[in-house]
Design a binder for this molecule. Sequence first.
Ligand code: T1G
Length: 659
Amino acid sequence: MPEIRFSQSVSARLEDGVLVVTIDNPPVNALSAHVRSGLVAALDHAASLPAIAGVILTGAGSTFIGGADIKEFGKPPVEPMLPEVIDRIESFDKPVVSAVNGAALGGGCEIVLGCHGRIAGEKASFGLPEVKLGIVPGAGGTQRLPRLIGQVAAIDLIGTGRAVKAGEAVTLGLADGIATHPVVAAIALVHECAEKPLRRTGMIRVPPTDPAAVSAAEAKVLARARGQSAPAEAVRLVKAAGELNLRQGLAEERATFLRLRDSGESAALRHVFFAERAAGKVEGLDKVSPRKIVTVAVVGTGLMGSGIAVAALTSGHRVIALEQTQEAAASGRARIAETLDRTVRSGRLTADGRDDCLARLQTTAQAADLAKADLVIEAVFDDLEVKTDLFRRLDGIVTPGAILATNTSYLDPDAIAAATADPSRVVGLHFFSPANVMRLVEVVDCTKTSPDALASVLAFVKRLGKLPVVCGVTEGFIGNRIFSAYRREAEFMLEDGALPQEIDAALEAYGFPMGIFAVNDMAGLEIAWARRKRQAATRDPAARYVEIADRLCEAGRLGRKSGRGWYAYPHGERTIDPEVTAAIEAARAAKNITPRSFTPSEIMSRLLKAMVDEGTALIAEEIAARPGDIDLVMINGYGFPPHKGGPMFAAQQSKDPVS
Ligand code: T1G
């Protein structure tokens, strides 16, 4: 039968007595207005065909439906709205079955829930990730999902926003089966459903649930919410599904969704969503074809090097890990294997997966073994001589097409590149530790880096499942430069009258998991101290300089691992130390500063201003390409609360706040 078109993105054909409706709205089949109107038109058409057994909904391409069209948020609503479309599906008088060919997320999963049957393709996934956007499902997800899979599982999925693959979906009762050809299987299911009363999800009673299990699931979700309101609202709505009838529950859910959709928290998280997709995009680079990176060499298997090796292994690469001696290589292998075992224990890797990783790992003390590498990442001691000497040696070992990447945090990658025969193949890959867990990688586009070397490492970082942010060459790149700026501002406030615990409390109240002084203690004060001593000779004598941290370091207070830093750690836990207060008071007296008190909001506005001023300078100097990149670095590398959107977004909001 010829294809019938219902809108620019919705068409159908009749197959074996079933109307097979396909949504084709690249890139992710989002439920834009023309998709919604096309679906309603297709259902109207199906209702006019008495001979058909039922309807199938499926997606073109690799996604079923990626959710509501987030780009429509904030624009005037266009009928039909999604809840109406799903009502039409659920109340249809013949079976409507979804053939889930890929990701069914958000509104896409709600469409699936409104269907009378659900077939999962092998690549299908199901999720209600709305809380990641600061909202809750707005088209029945919190009311229908618990009816299908129970409140405990629904609280987990909706409260965390995690997606489930086909197998778990069938186990949970969210899908009726898995098929290699989901449309074929769905046609059979339509005919099967046509023989019996339709199973309308909204009419199913929420299965009775043990209140203790519900409370435990709720507590788990709230423990991760970290100041965000959407997860708690999602849990409240799933619990309400057990008390309210469907109409009441849908009304309560819709009102909550609309309120949260217009909140600052959701605006911030949507900003982060789109910023992540813009990151790593460099003008003109999309025309450059990246080099193939199959074998990755990692030099140095300490905490950073072994983490990078694990990230490369778990994303399918061959890895050669180089150490200075056979013994060091053996302990490097053991460290990598232990990290892989931890990944298996966390459920993020199967035992077979671990064995496959180990089979692709070679550890060696012979630099000549790196000849096969397509990319070498050095994670050796952060000393310029050590790194330049290594890259000079590698020049004579690796192939001309191999890329050399330095993981340096503070050294000048241009100086390292200059030591090699071909600086165009040198880039910076600044991983954040632990490198197998942290998503962020600052990709340093050195002065002489070639476009295809840059394109190649960007593709590599994305294949690791990480978040690449491109930056130019400056001391500390984006993150550490901003961190230094607001650490400086925090220490100015110490001299002016604030105390470490007040500044840390203000940061934690704002949403940071830990205040800056506690972070300094955890990381150790000696690295920054060494850098300040290195810079002392060239420091601008007119610039304000706070000596408190130097005094603490001179007194051996190097942070948590030395038992004392900005705080004291008598039995491991952090406590305020009168000696530090005394050192701060002495520093004020030495500069005749009369201390004054600071409110938490004043502390935050000064710290945020320091971040934004440095971020603005980084953009002006073309080190950072866009404000969203700076927000992503601060969120993913320095604990900036994502539901505030990052410093640049937060500053923009305070100028023109969301309603
Ligand atoms: N709306 C609009 N654009 C979207 C979109 C969406 N839902 N999802 C992705 N895009 C754009 C994205 O900005 C990028 O654009 C391109 O598609 C490719 O994205 C009623 C209200 C589906 C798993 O939260 O998780 O439904 O940069 O690079 O890696 O209750 O996109 O090319 O211009 O991510 O293949 C809930 C969000 C919405 C899912 C595909 N849904 N999307 O990953 O592609 S709220 C979500 C994703 C909702 C209901 C509520 C992923 C993906 P550009 P991409 P991908």
